[in-house]
Every structure is written in structure tokens, then in C-alpha cells.
Design a protein around this ligand. Sequence first.
Ligand code: SF4
Ligand code: SF4
Length: 152
Amino acid sequence: MGSFMLTKMSFRNLFKKPVTRMYPIEAPVYTSRSKGHVVNDIQECILCGICEKRCPTGAIVVDKPAETWTINPFACIQCMFCVRACPKSCLTMEHDYTPPSTSMYTHSDKKPELTEQEMAEKLARDKEKAERIAAAKAAKQAKDEQAESGDE
Ligand code: SF4
Ligand code: SF4
């Protein structure tokens, strides 16, 4: 009986579609919930370092003076803490796997140099921000002084 069942199963499997995929000849299908590797849109990144602080494995290094964002894909456990914590939403979890490699490596992104126009826009934004902060401080000071004179 046992050998009959085994022969039957063997024959059935001979003509059945394989349950495994011929990877890498046949490309894998990634679902929207597949976890692959973390990618940074460096244009949007403000190098705040929150992702570095949140990463439980120390896979991310943010070097503000050098304007670089670096990840060690071999240390990443795809927990997505960094993706959720990023205030600029510039980190994403790509759905394909990290490319196989025969050696350890890190991936580094550097902030691109600003064009003259971008630099002018940034300076204008910074100036506007500084003016807003100064105005808010002056308003607060005036309010405090008014409250103090009211108390007297
Ligand atoms: S948290 Fe986001 S914005 Fe901040 S350094 Fe990381 S990637 Fe850049
Ligand atoms: S997914 Fe998790 S382990 Fe990977 S870099 Fe982000 S925080 Fe670190």
C-alpha cells in the first residue's frame, strides 16, 4: 500500500507544475508588503539624523558636515523604524531584494551641490525664516512687557 501511494505521488508530481520558482532565471513577484531595502531621496533629506537615532542596528550614519547619508544594507533588518520616523518622508522601503554581493559594502548618498538659483532661493527662505523668528520673539517680548506693566 505504501509503495503504491509513493508511486502514485511520484507520477503526479512528474506532471504537476512545480511549486518553486526558478530564481534567478524567473523573476520573483514582489507584493506591496515585501520588504527589500531602504532608499533615501537625498534631494529631500535634511540630514537631521533622526533615522540614525531610530535605527536599532546602527545601519544608518548621517554625516551633516560632509552632507552624506550612509546605510549598511548588511546590518539592516528591514524593521522600517527609519522610514516611519523620517520627518521629510524621504525614506522608502523598496520592494525588491538587496542585490547579492560577495563582499560587505555600504551605500552612501551625498547631497547634490545647489545651483545658483537654488542657492538664492535657499538664502531667501533662510532670511524669511530668520525674520519670522525675530518677529515672533519681538511679539512675545512685547506681550511679556505688557503683562508685567499690567501687574504693577
Ligand atoms: S530622518 Fe529623513 S530627513 Fe532626517 S536624516 Fe534621515 S532620511 Fe534624512
Ligand atoms: S529598516 Fe530598520 S534596520 Fe533597516 S535601516 Fe531602517 S531602522 Fe535600521
